[in-house]
Structures are given as C-alpha cells and as structure tokens.
Design a protein around this ligand. Structure first.
Ligand SMILES: Cc1cc2nc3c(=O)[nH]c(=O)nc-3n(C[C@H](O)[C@H](O)[C@H](O)COP(=O)(O)OP(=O)(O)OC[C@H]3O[C@@H](n4cnc5c(N)ncnc54)[C@H](O)[C@@H]3O)c2cc1C
Length: 409
C-alpha cells in the first residue's frame, strides 16, 4: 500500500520536494497551496551551483532546463565599494567567480511544476490545522474540508502553520535587524540619477557603509536596473511592510552617506514610484527541531534567513533533495519518523549556520564588525571568510550522512 504524504505550500520548496517524491512509486504525494493558483511573484532569484547540482539528482539537466525555459543566466560579477564616510568610493573587492544561475521566480516555479501530474496539485487550499493522531496526521483547510495522511511536510514559508505544530509557541519569525526597499527601473533613468560611472564596468555594485547598504544590478537583458537600499532597524515596527518617505531614507543614510552622489541619486530612485514601501527582514533566529513525529518542515518554514548570503532558495532546494532521498528509503509508515529525525540531524546545523553567517554578513556590510569597521582593506578578506562554508558542502556526502543517520535511528 502506498504511503500518503501531504506537502503544504507550493513555492520553490514545495515544488522541489514534490519533484523529489513523485519518482518514488510507493509514495502518494499531494501538494496544497493557499493561493488561487501555483505562482511566484516579485524579484529575481539566484540558485547556487551547489543547489543546482543537488537538484540534478532529481531533475536531470535542471541547469539546461532553467536556461531554456526560465531564462536563467549566470550570476554576474559584483564590485563591493565603500559607500559612506571618508573612504567613499574605495573598492573593497571585485567578485568574479561564477557562483550560480539567476532567473525570475515565476518561470523557475513553472519549470519545477510542469513535470508534476496535475492531480497531485491542489490550489486554493489554505491549511488551518494539523493534528497528529495514532493513525497518522489529520489536516483541515480553511474551506472546512479535511484529509488524512501518513505524514505532512510544511513548505508553507515564513509564517508556517506546520512549523507551529512542531515547535510550539516562542519560535516564530522575528525581525532580523534590517529593512529594505526596492525599485526596478529603466537603465537610462538610473544612469541619469546616479551617474554613468557606476556602469562603466559590467558588474552589480554593492555599496557598504555605516548602518546601511545599497545595491544596483543591471537585469532583464541590460534594459533595467534593480535598485535596493537596506538599513539597520533598531526598533522594528510590528508590521513587516510600511510606506516610506524621503525623511525615512535620508535618516537611514544620515551617517556619512549623503555626501555620496550615488546615495542621493538612489534616494530619488526609491521615491520614483507610486507608493514606496519598506519591508522588515524577518528570520527564524533559532529552531529547536525541524521534525516531530510525522511532521516535518523545509525551506523558509524551517529556516527563514536574512538575504545577506542570498541563500534561502538554495537551502530550500538542498533540504528537498535530502528529504526526498530519505523518504525514498521509507518502506513502511513505521520508519517515517526516523527519516524526519535524520533530516533534522543533518540539515539543522547546516541551515542554522547560514542564518548565523547571514547576520554576520549584514553587520559587516553595514560597518558594524568592530574589527573591520569600514576599512576597505580589512573588509575584503572578512567577506571572503563569511562565504566559504556556503558552497563547500559536499551534497553526496551529505546524502550519505543522512542515510547513515536514518539507519541508526
Ligand atoms: C526580496 C528577496 C530576494 C531573495 N533573493 C534570494 C536569492 O537571490 N537567492 C536565494 O537563494 N534566496 C533568495 N531569497 C529567499 C527565497 O526567496 C526564499 O528562501 C524561498 O523562496 C523560500 O521558498 P519556500 O518555498 O520555502 O517559501 P515560500 O516561497 O514562502 O512559499 C511558501 C508557499 O506556501 C504557501 N502557504 C503559506 N501558508 C500556507 C497555508 N497555510 N496553506 C497552504 N499554503 C500555504 C504560500 O502561499 C507559498 O506559496 C530572497 C527572498 C526575498 C524576500
């Protein structure tokens, strides 16, 4: 008899896990998404070659597929520059290594979903409760319907309902200490505001400085520029999203930024939109476990991280490859718990490590590392150190380790 597994959430994590599980004929998998349709909106996203390589163990030729169907291109080189204070303009480092692929979220998700049988995808199904019983897990939806499964995996994002059923109260997502605002604008408009100099080299620019950070990256075949201002948030408001004004931006950049014409230009660019919004960056600072009984969480539901390492989606893909590998070895419902515990044992240190280095990266970029400050010569090596672990994981060994843990439990 097949083992019934529900995946809650049809974002990058849910869709990747469905791909990992669908090839195991002994698993009967269903994905439930709260939105009226399976879709992604918003900014582009980068996937590391590590995550892409892992993905190729479940979707052969994923890299070629993303290039062909999702318009994926190599992540471009970056220049890190001091943006505030007396060293404004000093180059910290030029990063050229080809670390992964960048693409838009919507075609990425579409590509992940298109090989899945439509009968396993259920849109407009918002999970409201999860209850573990002796015989399995009962889930109810906001529309009043109810289903029973042998196991449930929460891929339901930052404010996950499944997470709450696993870890209880006290481990909710909280503000990480920064907010950011963004605007996607035509190249000519950005050049007119911040000057041609920033476009003389073909790189994205990251401006690091006192209590804030700015980035501009040419995207969409050289036609548009993604502009971002991020700033430290010492007293976060209760809501993640709020309108911002010139005063908000100038206050964020008060510590030595406003003598930099790129910074004053970026302020204008942020205000060149109907209702400029800032979003607090939230994360899961600590999580005691990713699994309990027949429940497990993956992706942002397990380990939402600040964006400083650009790694949230890549971690989600790694999770799904490992969990798929483990659930593929589950021969009866009695061993599901062991598979989930093995997942927790191997994945939690990896993902928590990225959350921690993400915070350290944000502090470094905003001049808050006491040993580095805004010293352009010290900052380059310090940045390098914070990114070495990210891509050094050996996914084959990680899978073997997961299997070993599973067999021991
Ligand atoms: C602006 C920005 C830029 C980023 N850039 C990068 C990057 O370059 N590289 C990178 O690796 N990461 C990046 N990230 C992080 C990355 O986007 C996330 O880590 C990743 O999308 C997480 O995917 P997920 O599927 O776990 O969660 P989500 O994308 O949040 O998906 C969760 C899904 O669950 C559904 N859902 C929620 N609640 C319920 C419910 N009760 N019932 C049913 N369904 C539900 C939601 O509708 C959603 O579809 C970025 C994040 C942001 C905000």
């Amino acid at each position: 008899m097949s083992i019934r597994i529900a995946i809650i959430g049809g974002g990058i994590a849910g869709a990747t896990l469905a791909n990992a599980l669908v090839k195991h004929v002994h698993l009967d998998v269903h994905v439930y998404e709260s939105a009226p349709e399976f879709s992604e909106r918003g900014a582009g996203i980068g996937l590391s070659y590590l995550a892409l390589g892992a993905l190729e163990t479940i979707i052969p030729s994923a890299i070629e597929l993303f290039k062909k169907k999702a318009g994926a291109v190599a992540v471009g080189p970056a220049r890190i520059v001091i943006g505030s204070g007396p060293n404004t303009g000093a180059i910290v480092s030029d990063i050229s290594e080809d670390s992964g692929l960048a693409m838009n979220r919507a075609p990425l998700l579409k590509t992940l979903l298109e090989s899945l049988p439509p009968k396993m995808l259920h849109a407009n199904k918002k999970l409201s409760t999860v209850k573990q019983e002796d015989s399995g897990v009962v889930i109810t939806f906001e529309d009043g319907s109810m289903e029973s499964f042998d196991a449930v995996v929460g891929a339901d994002g930052l404010f996950s309902t499944v997470r709450q059923a696993i870890v209880g109260v006290g481990f909710e997502a909280t503000p990480a200490g920064w907010w950011d605002c963004r605007n996607l604008l035509p190249l000519d408009q950005v050049k007119a505001r911040i000057g041609e100099e920033s476009f003389e080299v073909d790189r994205e620019f990251c401006w690091v400085g006192d209590e804030a950070f700015m980035m501009h990256a040419v995207v969409e075949n050289g036609t548009k520029v993604q502009c971002i201002i991020a700033a430290m948030e010492n007293d976060p408001p209760k809501t993640r999203k709020r309108s911002i004004t010139r005063e908000t931006l100038e206050n964020a950049l008060r510590k030595g930024w406003l003598g930099n014409p790129v910074a004053t230009g970026m302020v204008e660019l942020m205000l060149d939109q109907a209702d400029p919004q800032a979003y607090s960056i939230w994360e899961h600072r600590s999580t005691p476990c990713y699994a309990r009984g027949r429940l497990c969480i993956v992706g942002d539901a397990a380990h939402a991280t600040s964006p400083w390492q650009g790694a949230g989606a890549s971690l989600a893909v790694e999770d799904c490859v490992i969990l798929g590998h483990l659930l593929g070895q589950v021969a009866s419902v009695d061993t599901i718990e062991a598979a989930f515990r093995a997942f927790d044992i191997v994945r939690r240190p990896r993902c928590q490590g990225v959350i921690d280095t993400g915070l350290a990266s944000g502090q470094l970029f905003c001049g808050q590392n006491p040993d580095v400050g805004l010293d352009s010569e010290k900052m380059g090596p310090a940045i390098g150190e914070l990114y070495t672990d990210l891509d050094s994981l050996d996914i084959t060994l990680h899978m073997e380790d997961a299997s070993k843990q599973f067999k021991l439990l």
